[in-house]
Ligand binder design. Sequence first.
Ligand SMILES: Nc1ncnc2c1ncn2[C@@H]1O[C@H](COP(=O)(O)OP(=O)(O)OP(=O)(O)O)[C@@H](O)[C@H]1O
Length: 244
Amino acid sequence: MTLAVDNLQVADLVRGVSFEIGAGERVGLIGESGSGKSLTALSVLGLLPEGLRATGSVRLGGRELLDASEKDLSPLRGREMAMVFQEPMTALNPAMRVGRQVTEPFRAHRRRARPAEELLAAVGLPGTARAYPHQLSGGQRQRVVLAMALANDPSLLICDEPTTALDVTVQAQILSLIKTSLPAESSLLFITHDLAVVASVCDRVLVMLDGEIVEHGPARDVLTAPQHAYTQRLLAASDLGATR
Ligand SMILES: Nc1ncnc2c1ncn2[C@@H]1O[C@H](COP(=O)(O)OP(=O)(O)OP(=O)(O)O)[C@@H](O)[C@H]1O
């Protein structure tokens, strides 16, 4: 399913943002803190904070999402579109065993549940169904969130800095899990400020600065021969730039 964002505007924080992600494409959205990456993602999901409104167009598989009601959007979330944010505890219920949480997307969408143990084993957490979130490490919690996000084989997965809060080895494990467990035909929008992550996960990259997309292209081109001065600075300041 194609995600098509056209002339997205959120106050003066996201300005005329347009991009498409085709079925099976993995697209990175990079840019410094405050450049509007999260607001772009939240607009797609219909989850903008109170007081902010998006205009323009966001279509998933041809369906317009921006003017859809909450009643129309909520069945899509967790089914057609799933998300993984930086801090897994914001997505988990601290008082519910993780086995019950990973099967929640099936109940929410009235679908026949796959066994919790199977979903947890698929993200490398066998035998944890009876654990509560606080009994797991940060990386394990993010695996639980990923199991929930992937439970219904979403057409679009949005990850907003999913590994930023984790230590480096765990980051690598979660990234590899995202790469291997996302169905081949699902689209991915991956927000990060880490260019090495983009290089390892994404086919294409969008670069955001002050609410606008200032550069986009195949990840390998943007990361080796950036055109915009901002992307050049970003690359020079990164580990990728330092090793060139
Ligand atoms: N509820 C809000 N009301 C007004 N301004 C907001 C609101 N939420 C975010 N902003 C502002 O919008 C701008 C873009 O925020 P956004 O969270 O999209 O940035 P980001 O690129 O995702 O940054 P980060 O990498 O730090 O998450 C920032 O200047 C932020 O202060």
